[in-house]
Design a protein around this ligand. Structure first.
Ligand code: GDP
Length: 692
């Protein structure tokens, strides 16, 4: 039977670390009968929750890689992409978000919107992902769903609509009041599997009616039909569901449900909401780049009978070779069919097609548009697009940030050296924000990534999964350089030593740009430099832009303009113009007011108010600029912008000044000029390193 794509949901579950995402996922898999027993995240039974498949994750109890799994609920298939919580893994999150159609945002009923939820929410907004909020941990002391509602409004600027009220709170939490049915739902039995529907007790009625009215008020804003029905007092459940669904899809509201994953309460109602209110794949317009039509943007159809288009969003090194996770955007994938990689036109046969369940898999014959599956042994990169050859398209490029932290590593022995290079090749392929190269100046292997923890995790994986023991240097910030003044150049490269000579003359100017990558502009019109030599001039400048004059960092925001020049009919050749460009650069670059740029991160810290002085102090001490602070419900929330270079080791420092009671997250925001004293120290360091 052909699966119905309107009954498919591709969702992510995202949350601040420790909000209960893993526990919730586990419960979802249990209620949908994907797993038979539940385990705690760091369970005494030593098994660990099903989704954290890597050994490292089990040990640390955090979810790093975005595993995919699926389950069935009320006649719908739900694919769950487990998005990692830590900001340092933004690429993982971004890739997961690229293939999601919707998400559940899990918030803790006590802590509410925490530092990490801010970042995740910003990312979801960027990808236009509709979401449902689940307020978890209603059983905890201090649980307060209405405060979380205020957070959603104030901190995330969302329009939350509460569809339930808690039935009891803290240790008395037993279930929810469903404001649509106007019934109570209790979750009984050993694992909350028995849903007991009851009437709202008289003493709770007033509160429930008021909350329902508020819900209907908020929803009426988006539906004339509902407004009329409310006035005529003939509101039916179906109309409410329809209104919510439409408003969610239009990003007008965020429905809010609640429960306790740990105590097995409220999960089934959340699953109902997922299938009722979140969109299926055909309801989302998917754009791609048409490679046959000048890379213009085209829309995919989401029809199963159109040519196949699938996107590789995650790679894993499995027991049977490379496992590639694909999201199908159009058409269908079949076992034994041939796929073409749009990037390099290479053909691959689909030997095995599987659907993933954490670290287990099920073989399938065919999958259709909208679905998420995995294939084996296909050599490709993450972010590649596959088609069946019928239509040459590429899914729009993913936003890949440049790495901001680097460190050098050295294998401890020969065996480790081999294993290390194997591991590095693998990681770089899996994760575009992880890069590696050999520094030509020091001959050391350098790895680069999005943060300290990002690199730490790869070093751990190198040790555990690849048995590569490595020595690690202190992390370094990836600086950039730019210029502050416009300078003119006029340079002749001349060489006359026996044989044929070299002659090339270049004139023009170098100027600072507001922002962006550096660029070369050719303004030669009269043929003062013949066309065939222009690329050599460009190459010369581009080479110089790779290594700034101060600390050998790549230069950005620099425009090099070539206006004039001269040549010699015999002695001019490409190399002469290449050298002329380099010479011109060296001649003037120090007059252009070169400047070092350092990466700045936005840091959010949550902790008890008693420690706010210490936290503020720790940020100022790190050259941080405090953006704001807010105290609420016994928690202090502080945001600041801090140079990344100062943030190394902050996790440890914060733990020690707050007795481990505070948490922080950070996200790269921009490059800014480094202050003079810092810049001088960096220049001095570079001089010692490079001018030996
Ligand atoms: P994640 O980091 O978001 O994946 O969170 P986990 O699922 O690992 O949960 C973090 C901790 O909170 C674990 O110790 C869980 O047992 C606990 N936890 C999860 N859900 C609840 C809940 O509903 N109530 C309470 N009291 N604790 C919970």
């Amino acid at each position: 039977m052909e699966p119905n794509i309107s009954k498919l949901r591709n969702i992510g579950i995202s949350a601040h670390i420790d909000s209960g995402k893993t526990t919730l996922t586990e419960r979802i898999l249990f209620y949908t009968r994907r797993i038979r027993a539940m385990h705690e995240v760091k369970g005494a039974d030593g098994v660990g929750a099903t989704m954290d498949s890597m050994e490292l994750e089990r040990e640390r109890g955090i979810t790093i890689a975005s595993a995919a799994t699926h389950c069935l609920w009320a006649g719908h298939r739900i694919n769950i992409i487990d998005t990692p919580g830590h900001v340092d893994f933004t690429m993982e999150v971004e890739r997961a978000l690229r293939v999601l159609d919707a998400a559940i945002l899990v918030l803790c009923a006590v802590a509410g919107v925490q530092s990490q939820s801010l970042t995740v929410d910003r990312q979801m907004r960027r990808y236009g992902i509709p979401r449902i909020v689940f307020i978890n941990k209603c059983d905890r002391v201090g649980a307060n769903p209405s405060r979380v509602m205020t957070h959603l409004r104030e901190r995330l600027a969302l329009n939350p609509v509460m569809l339930q009220l808690p039935l009891g709170l803290e240790e008395k939490f037993v279930g929810v009041v469903d404001l649509i049915q106007m019934k109570t739902l209790k979750f009984e039995g050993t694992a909350g599997e028995k849903i007991v529907v009851g009437d709202i007790a008289a003493e709770n009625m007033e509160e429930a009616l008021a909350a329902r009215e508020q819900m209907l008020d908020s929803l009426s804003m988006f539906s004339d039909a509902l407004t009329e029905a409310v006035l005529e007092e003939r509101v039916d459940e179906e109309l409410i569901h329809q209104t919510i669904r439409k408003a969610v899809l239009n990003h007008q509201i965020v429905p809010v449900l609640m429960g306790s994953a740990y105590k097995n309460k409220g999960i089934q109602a959340l699953l109902d909401a997922v299938v009722r209110y979140l969109p299926g794949p055909e309801e989302i317009v998917q754009e791609a780049i048409d490679l046959d039509k000048d890379e213009s943007v085209c829309t995919l159809s989401a029809k199963p009978d159109d040519p196949a288009v699938a996107f590789a969003f995650k790679l894993e090194d499995g027991r049977f070779g490379q496992l590639t996770y694909l999201r199908i955007y159009q058409g269908r994938l079949k076992r034994d069919s041939t796929l073409v990689n749009s990037r390099n036109s290479k053909e691959h046969r689909v030997g095995r097609l599987v659907r993933m369940h954490a670290d287990r898999m099920e073989d399938i014959q065919e999958a259709i548009t909208g679905d998420i599956v995995a294939i084996f042994g296909v050599d490709c990169q993450s972010g590649d697009t596959f088609t069946d050859g019928g239509r040459r398209v590429s899914m729009t490029a993913m936003h890949v940030p440049d790495p901001v932290v680097s460190l050098s590593i050295k294998p401890c022995d020969i065996k480790s050296e081999e294993n290390m290079s194997k591991a590095l090749r693998r990681f770089a392929k899996e994760d575009p924000t992880f890069r590696t190269h050999v520094d030509p100046e020091t001959q050391q292997t350098v790895i680069q990534g999005m943060g300290e923890l990002h690199l730490e995790v790869y070093i751990e994986r190198m040790k555990r999964e690849y048995k590569a023991q490595v020595e690690v240097s202190a992390p370094q910030v990836a600086y950039r350089e730019t210029i502050t003044k416009t300078v003119h150049y006029d340079y002749v490269h001349k060489k006359q030593t026996g044989g044929a000579g070299q002659y090339g003359k270049v004139c023009g100017y170098i100027e600072p740009m507001e922002e962006g990558q550096s660029e070369f502009v050719d303004k030669i019109t009269g043929g003062s430099i013949p066309r065939q030599y222009i690329p050599a001039v460009e190459k010369g400048f581009v080479e110089m832009l790779k290594k700034g004059p101060l600390v050998h960092a790549p230069m950005e925001r620099v425009r090099v303009v070539l206006e004039d020049g001269n040549y010699h009919p015999v002695d001019s050749k490409e190399v002469a113009f290449l050298e002329a460009a380099k010479g011109a650069w060296r001649q003037v670059i120090h007059q252009a007011g070169p400047q070092i740029l350092e990466p700045i991160v936005r840091v959010a810290v949550d902790g008890p108010p008693d420690f706010s002085g210490a936290i503020l102090g720790s940020l100022s001490q790190r050259r941080g600029m405090i953006l704001g602070q807010q105290e609420e419900a016994g928690q202090m929330h502080i945001e600041a912008e801090v140079p990344l270079a100062e943030m190394f080791g902050y996790a440890t420092a914060l733990r020690s000044i707050t007795e481990g009671k505070a948490a922080f997250s950070m996200e790269f925001v921009r490059y800014m000029p480094a202050p003079l004293n810092i810049a001088q120290a960096l220049v001095e360091q570079a001089r010692q390193k490079f001018d030996r």
